[in-house]
Design a binder for this molecule. Structure first.
Ligand code: ADP
Ligand code: AMP
Length: 214
């Protein structure tokens, strides 16, 4: 199964993608995680992406399309993939359509997680991420069993530098102007699965699986 997971920053894409990819035995790909790893390793691409990410701006389409194309051509994507955080613009969606066609890959569905904007600021400012495996927690809504430690791997939790109020508001504005139009784009291709993300994490997962006929 080849899927996209969409929604505003803080909607719960990463949280759901982790479980969903395991459940469906497909490869989980997050462009945000790929950029954070490139920054950590100090690569040229990481240096380029960092200035955009710190301001909450989108990394240029040409850069993101290039790394996604490369990633999707790797062998572990042949068993199916779940793409989180890409596409984020109509240009990226068109590029994805072209690359999948060239590769002979069919997209099976686009999961769109909806959460009202007023809830997203609290979700993002309270978010904590595992430095080791990237798992997402929340100080109130999804606490780790041991404070500051990842349940899955024991890694240290940290706060993303772009999860502060000023940058979050910019990211939400950009989502509304650049990414939200993709809802119509995928609805018109009959691929969209609309999910209410303003529910418990377990219920959101159950709704996603049901929308996929699982
Ligand atoms: P995204 O990948 O869409 O930006 P995350 O999956 O990282 O979002 O979730 C954002 C924050 O909200 C995290 O702190 C996460 O633990 C929390 N969260 C995720 N899903 C829910 C939910 N259904 N209810 C409450 N909090 C949630
Ligand atoms: P995320 O981890 O999905 O919240 O992404 C974090 C940041 O990475 C975003 O705010 C962007 O700066 C950058 N980014 C990730 N994916 C994309 C994309 N598809 N297009 C442009 N920028 C992206």
């Amino acid at each position: 199964m080849n899927l996209l997971i969409m929604g505003p920053p803080g909607a719960g894409k990463g949280t759901q993608a982790e479980t969903l990819a395991q459940e469906l035995q497909i490869t989980n790909i997050s462009t945000g995680d790929m950029f954070r790893e490139a920054i950590r390793q100090g690569t040229e691409m990481g240096k380029k992406a960092k200035e955009y990410m710190e301001m909450g701006e989108l990394v240029p389409d040409s850069v993101v399309v290039g790394i996604t194309r490369e990633r999707l051509s790797q062998p572990d994507c042949a068993r199916g993939f779940l793409l989180d955080g890409f596409p984020r613009t109509v240009v990226q969606a068109e590029a994805l359509e072209d690359m999948l066609e060239t590769m002979g890959i069919v997209l099976d569905g686009v999961i769109n997680i909806a959460v009202p904007r007023e809830k997203l600021l609290e979700r993002l400012t309270g978010r904590r991420i595992c430095r080791n495996c990237g798992a997402s927690y929340h100080l109130r809504y999804n606490k780790p069993k041991v404070e500051n430690k990842c349940d899955a791997c024991g890694g240290e939790l940290y706060q993303r530098s772009d999860d502060n109020e000023v940058v979050v508001n910019n990211r939400l504005d950009i989502y509304e102007s650049k990414t939200e139009p993709l809802i119509d784009y995928y609805a018109s291709r009959s691929l969209l699965k609309n999910i209410n993300g303003d529910q418990d994490i377990e219920k959101v997962l159950a709704d996603i699986l049901a929308s996929l006929g699982k």
